[in-house]
Design a protein around this ligand. Sequence first.
Ligand SMILES: *[C@@H]1O[C@H](CO)[C@@H](O)[C@H](O)[C@H]1NC(C)=O
Length: 496
Amino acid sequence: MRLSPTVLSIWHSVSGLLATSQIEKDRTKGCVVGLWKTEAFYSDLGLVYADEPAVIIDEIDDPSFSPYQKTVNKPGIYVFEMKLENRKCLMDLPVAPTQPKKVSTKSLEDLVGEINEICKTFRKKDGFLNFKGIHKQNILENLYHFDGPTMDEIKFSRGKNFWKTEGAQIPKCEKRSAKKLSYEEFRHSYVERNKPVIITDAAEHWKAFSLWSKKYFLEKLDAAKIHVKLGESGVFEGPEVRNLWHDAAKNKLPEKLTEKLQFPDLVMARPGHVQLEINKIFDLFQTTLKDPVEESWTSAYIEYTPMKSSNAFAILKPDVPEIKKYFHELELHHQNIWIGDGQTLGKMHFDEFENGLIMIKGSKQFLLYDPRDNRNLYEGHIPEAKFEIEEEYGEYKLIRNGLQESTSMVMAPVNVLDPDYVKFPLFKNSKPMNCTVGPGEMLFLPSYWWHEVQSFPDLDEHLNIAVNFWYEPFFSKEFPCATCPLDINPKYFDLL
Ligand SMILES: *[C@@H]1O[C@H](CO)[C@@H](O)[C@H](O)[C@H]1NC(C)=O
């Protein structure tokens, strides 16, 4: 039997010969099960995997065109796992071929079991989904879909200590009390649905609420050098025009790259950073409200800062223990601390983590967009730029000099508070949700949700403090890929 043209091109892409073929762009997951000089189980496998898009069964009639000629030598059944296209790299690197796995041909049951294992499928030998497969399918069909007014109907503005809308109101996210929310319900209704929720009293036992103050930090952190980010007028990591950067003429993008970028005229401005003692950082914090429209200033923000044994913040960990009740089944990656003056704005991005964020002082308004269709958010690669810092008599100035070769893959190129609908017409259709967390509250921010975050200070010390926990995501998603759906992260298959 000859390979059909489709199978042939998939075969080529599996074997690394046609790394950038259209087929591979459309189908980046799954397996080809190839039978070499054997008829055994051919028709059985065809039936078992007839409804399984991730597995293609075919006879190999001539393996000599593939780089596997040395490995496909004995008659038998070989499983070729399809390599994911390397979306993270913009260069046309060929996809490295995977080694085929020769599978047992003792019984159909064993064979199906082995193929399921390699191809991450859940078929029984009668072709139906097994119990885990049905559970997985139910979860993916039951994902939360947020609905509400579109950006087109909402008018935003950011001013002195406010973030407001004229026009339609933005729907608020759900709030629950920990006293009435069991772990089972949390997992089923929020984690497995990829749905945000605020739990109002999940961290009541934390000592941080009574202990943490400027004085306490000065004592505990003392002279330790702390990594602090510096951003312009409170904005951290936003999209900007490339030509605003002094080195734009010198650092032109190679043409090959320009062709691949959706918006080659934009860069993602990353904050600069310095290492300072906590008292110096507090000196940089604003204690009066600034007007981001009328004024410009350099803001300091301890953000995305891991609390780990190698840095000063480890000493504060006993004050903010993990919320085990809700997260004991997920794998913890990082615990981060966020300390600012409550006048910072984190621009729209998503994280590849399940996130539990607990507000300690001040509040944060999260503007969220669900990741069901990221075309509206223009998910893609955006070249990065990093502010250079100039210090003079303890004053820090940010200089736009520092275009990078790297790209960001998790930031939106749209400025959500002032969208350019000519450039980003689809953004009009996107629907924001407002999740505002105050002291003591925990936001469960599911993986891949886009978020723009405005902080507000507390009244007595003008501080904004939060701690968050990042967990291995329950879902997986290829990115940047605006249309790739969520799937279950294979690391959690044992939870199905
Ligand atoms: C979001 O909700 C908070 C309170 O829950 C409200 O104070 C704020 O004005 C809302 N923000 C927007 C932009 O609608």
